[in-house]
Write a protein that binds this ligand. Structure first.
Ligand SMILES: [Zn+2]
Ligand SMILES: [Zn+2]
Length: 337
């Protein structure tokens, strides 16, 4: 089968063996229709975490073509999925840190979403695979997993109704985060360096977004909307400079939710800011099955709108999709297989 295989940090289209259902006791073979390109795929390539021979991609939409399962899924079902499944019975799962569960980290789809076919296990089918509602386009439905990440962050932050939230970074994840915050009954504000993203985010339902030209000026302008500062600040930008900005923008006693990696990993939060201002700094990583369920509901009900966020690329142009994402030419790529 056709797959995009990583060699020297570039994808090469190759013919690789198709996963066979007969190699497994239970599970399904899915013919991949398309797969979203995730920021984490790009990070894995850049950091060398994904080596030569890897097949990446996890934001899959596809059709079940073979199945041996105790679930109600059938051949012909169009599905979207999450790629990790927690065990629900370990110290991490008991503490609801599902994405830290060792089993969660081990489970995955085979070989990866940038391929013609994937294998998903029975436990995936039972927990993290969802039938697609026909009102969603393929690219829209493939947002199940990234939106699930945002749902998890909002739930982990324990955000009740009527809080003021700032999303730093208005790429596709920032826009999803803003809409998730709003869907949970709160106000979402945004900021970014790029004007196009600032104005686009307001079209996607953010209360108000600010273009950062001069940080102090922007903070002053923000104060005219939210005088005490933001109850919660979500860091989706992946820039070390945004850490300081988050500390300045959050109100005393507020929360900063770290939602992206940064390149050099040298920047940090200052001890005395956290102590004297009673700040909470927390991370949120990957979605649990219940977050995916909520994500599906938000997509199907239209409470989160992802129409027009993705640009479609054929798998042969996967390297171009990565370059266009990195140069901010596009918000998000959906790779057609
Ligand atoms: Zn992802
Ligand atoms: Zn577990």
């Amino acid at each position: 089968m056709k797959a995009a295989v990583l060699y020297n940090s570039k994808f090469v289209i190759k013919d690789i063996p198709k996963p066979l259902l007969s190699d497994y006791e239970n599970g399904a073979i899915i013919k991949v229709i398309g797969c979203g390109l995730c920021g984490s795929d790009i990070v894995k390539i850049r950091t060398g975490k994904a080596g030569d021979g890897s097949v990446l991609g996890h934001e899959v939409i596809g059709e079940i073509v073979e199945i041996k399962s105790n679930t109600a899924f059938e051949v012909g079902d169009k599905v979207v999925l999450g790629h990790h499944v927690p065990c629900f019975n370990c110290v991490y799962c008991w503490g609801e840190n599902y994405s830290m569960c060792r089993h969660f980290k081990k489970t995955n789809i085979v070989p990866g979403g940038f391929a013609e076919y994937i294998f998903v296990s029975e436990e995936h089918l039972q927990n993290t695979v969802f039938k697609v509602n026909l009102c969603l386009s393929d690219a829209e439905a493939s947002f199940l997993e990234p939106l699930g990440c945002c749902v998890r962050a909002v739930k982990r932050a324990g955000i009740d109704n009527h809080t003021n939230n700032l999303i730093i970074g208005l790429g596709s994840i920032g826009i999803l985060m803003g809409q998730t915050v709003t869907a949970f009954g709160n106000k979402a504000y945004g900021c970014d360096l790029l004007y196009e993203r600032v104005s686009l985010s307001e079209d996607y339902g953010l209360e108000k977004s600010f273009q950062i030209k001069d940080e102090e000026e922007t903070l002053k302008e923000m104060k005219t909307y939210v005088p005490y500062g933001f109850d919660n600040v979500f860091l989706t930008a992946g820039a070390s400079k945004s850490l300081d900005f988050a500390v300045k923008a959050v109100r005393d006693g507020g929360k900063i939710i770290v939602f992206s990696s940064i390149k050099d990993n040298l920047a940090g939060f200052k001890n005395n800011d956290i102590y004297y201002r009673e700040l909470t700094v927390m991370g949120s990583y990957s979605p649990a099955p219940m977050d995916l369920e909520d994500s599906m509901e938000l997509l199907e009900s239209g409470k989160v709108c992802v129409e027009g966020i993705s640009q479609v690329y054929p798998i042969e142009k996967l390297n171009d999709a990565i370059n266009d994402t990195l140069s901010n030419k596009i918000m998000k790529a959906f790779i057609k297989i």
